[in-house]
Design a binder for this molecule. Structure first.
Ligand SMILES: NC(=O)c1ccc[n+]([C@@H]2O[C@H](COP(=O)([O-])OP(=O)(O)OC[C@H]3O[C@@H](n4cnc5c(N)ncnc54)[C@H](OP(=O)(O)O)[C@@H]3O)[C@@H](O)[C@H]2O)c1
Length: 381
């Protein structure tokens, strides 16, 4: 196992961390974790040098923390840094901080959390935490040793990320979604560097875009690029090595759901290193990014020149969802995101074809036409 820097904390995490959001499930019951197999996998990873385990209140319908607590018995708890997260969406009043935190200690069968995160911060959750003075509460737990390091996980735009970094002087770390296709998404590469420059450890989540970048048989144009390379890595390893190559990355969480994933990713982590990719391999990664992008039906660059739409249609956001749903061949996820992330009054069928956007688009996209395709694809069935 390779070990890395974790900002200015002095902690040295394993390159690979165990993300416990996608533990193996029992055959025939996709809601129940196969706890025996999960135990075998997590303990095997720890025996091979993994020292960072990440969970959260909500994982596996609330069963995740108790399961991780049981897995880490028999001396395993002491061998890892344990990370879990305050469920931001459940916090309505100050008393909730204690309520959830002490329940988490119980569920995890521990008296402290090594890395405690405010979960999935966005503008609204951040404002709520500031209003409820979360730092007064957290600093008491830090002083009492129940929390060892405080951080946050993040899902919003870069400007919100910067605001949160600036909003508290004592963050030790953050957790961001980052992979070779999300370089400019949410915090992205700029956020990664910004956090690292301030001495924060940076934990990577969704390093393989939840598995979309790890398919054994990627789309033909992507596969053609891999095939050109002398290195016979699988797509998952390419994605992980791209991350470990970067000095600002502290630990890469992988949500491994089979023992085979664990073994493969341990092997990959063992040969990882900062700046270890050669020029040819870096070029392969750039070509792979382009090959994936070429699969997107709409060449929208998210510049937002088209906004505001006079009728309130969230044009770039809709194209982002549509593109991802087609590129990664995941129409069900696209439909779910369209329903959950785009309010009804901002969906594509609110377009009245005034054409104001098309005159503003630097890519000269036929936006009206694309909106029709997007809506049809994201609403059907
Ligand atoms: N704080 C937050 O808001 C937040 C959000 C998301 C995640 N997280 C944390 O970050 C962790 C990592 O994110 P993630 O679970 O999305 O990670 P990920 O590595 O992007 O996706 C995991 C999936 O990738 C595939 N995979 C992994 N290794 C593979 C291999 N060697 N070969 C083939 N496929 C492989 C598997 O997909 P298949 O099962 O389809 O084969 C696996 O389920 C989570 O487990 C969780 O702890 C936090």
């Amino acid at each position: 196992m390779q070990y890395r820097k974790f900002g200015s904390t002095g902690y040295e995490p394993s390159a690979l961390g165990f993300g416990c959001m996608r533990l193996p499930l029992l055959p025939g019951d996709d809601r129940k974790v196969d706890e025996e197999e999960a135990k075998r996998m997590v303990r095997y990873a720890i025996d091979q040098g993994v020292n960072y385990v990440d969970t959260a209140w909500s994982y596996h319908q609330g069963e995740g923390e108790p399961i991780v607590g049981r897995i880490l018995q028999d001396g395993y708890r002491e061998r890892v840094a344990l990370a879990t997260k305050m469920p931001s969406w459940l916090i309505g009043k100050r008393e909730d901080f204690d309520y959830y935190f002490f329940k988490q200690l119980e569920r995890l069968q521990t008296d402290h959390i090594d890395f405690y995160l405010l979960h999935t911060l966005n503008q609204a959750y951040w404002d709520n935490y500031v209003k409820l003075k979360v730092f007064d509460w957290a600093e008491k737990q830090l002083a009492d040793g129940r929390i060892r390091k405080l951080g946050f996980s993040f899902h919003d735009d870069l400007s919100v990320f910067e605001q949160i970094l600036n909003g508290y002087d004592h963050w030790s770390f953050c957790q961001i979604q980052y992979n070779y296709m999300d370089v400019e998404f949410q915090a992205g590469q700029r956020g990664l560097k910004m956090a690292a420059e301030r001495g924060l450890g940076v934990v990577i989540m969704e390093p393989l875009r939840g598995g979309s970048l790890a398919k054994e048989t990627p789309p033909a144009p992507v596969k053609a690029v891999w095939d050109r390379s002398d290195v016979a890595w699988k797509p998952a390893e390419w994605g992980l090595q791209w991350l470990w190559n970067q000095p600002e990355v502290s630990v890469v969480l992988s949500g491994m759901s089979t023992m085979e994933h664990v073994k493969e990713n341990l092997t990959s982590a063992g040969r990882s290193g900062v700046n270890s990719l050669c020029a040819e391999q870096c070029q392969v990664m750039k070509d792979v990014q382009q090959a994936w992008k070429g699969l997107a039906p709409v060449a929208c660059t998210h510049c937002e020149y088209c906004l505001p739409c006079p009728n309130g249609v969230q044009i770039p956001q809709i194209f982002e969802i549509y593109n991802n749903s087609v590129m990664y061949d995941n129409p069900e996820r696209g439909k779910r995101r369209y329903q959950n992330e785009i309010p009804q009054e901002s969906r594509a069928d609110n377009c009245v074809e005034c054409g104001a956007c098309e005159g503003l688009c630097p890519q000269a996209l036929t936006i009206i036409e694309y909106l029709k395709h997007a809506h049809a694809s994201l609403s059907e069935g």
